[in-house]
Design a protein around this ligand. Structure first.
Ligand code: DQA
Length: 154
């Protein structure tokens, strides 16, 4: 049987607080709920999924570096590091995997400092403002990109 593609879903700082953190902005679901949603969608799409969260920029950078050869795409909600981290952007460029950027909230309806994203500069696509459903859409988009890259002649 062929090996299934694998997608790494990474979550940045404060996303471990989902459910209690500003629910009017981020919703009532916990990060465990979001992971369960992602695992269900991954099973439907026949892909392996690894789901992680860290509050530490360097740890996220290390996980991105390690994704090369282990995973076929990255879905990333970098939290506040989205708006500040050249290191995460550089790590994403270095691994050269398709990246889909996700945000639960619509960052463009919020404070101006959230309108700039270093991740967007290297992401293949961006989904924001749709809550946890954005992760499901990101997984679908990542699968399409993986399929396209694996098609003969692509
Ligand atoms: C977020 C948006 C960021 O601006 C914020 O710092 C977060 C969460 C989102 O999912 O909406 O931590 O990435």
């Amino acid at each position: 049987m062929a090996i299934q593609p694998s997608i790494l879903v990474l979550n940045g700082p404060n996303l471990n607080m989902l459910g209690t953190r500003e629910p009017q902005i981020y919703g009532a679901e916990t990060l465990d709920d979001v992971e369960a949603l992602c695992q269900t969608e991954a099973a439907r799409l026949s892909v392996d999924l690894e789901f992680r969260q860290s509050n530490h920029e360097g740890e996220l950078v290390t996980w991105i570096q390690e994704a090369r050869g282990e995973h076929d795409a990255i879905v990333l909600n970098a939290g506040a590091y989205t708006h500040t981290s050249v290191a995460i952007m550089d790590a994403l460029s270095a691994v050269d995997l398709p990246v889909i950027e996700v945000h639960l909230s619509n960052i463009f309806r919020r404070e101006p400092f959230r309108h700039h994203s270093y991740v967007s500069m290297v992401a293949r696509g961006v989904i924001c403002g749709l809550g946890s459903h954005g992760y499901v859409l990101a997984l679908q988009a990542a699968c399409r990109l993986i399929d396209a890259a694996n098609r003969p002649g692509a």
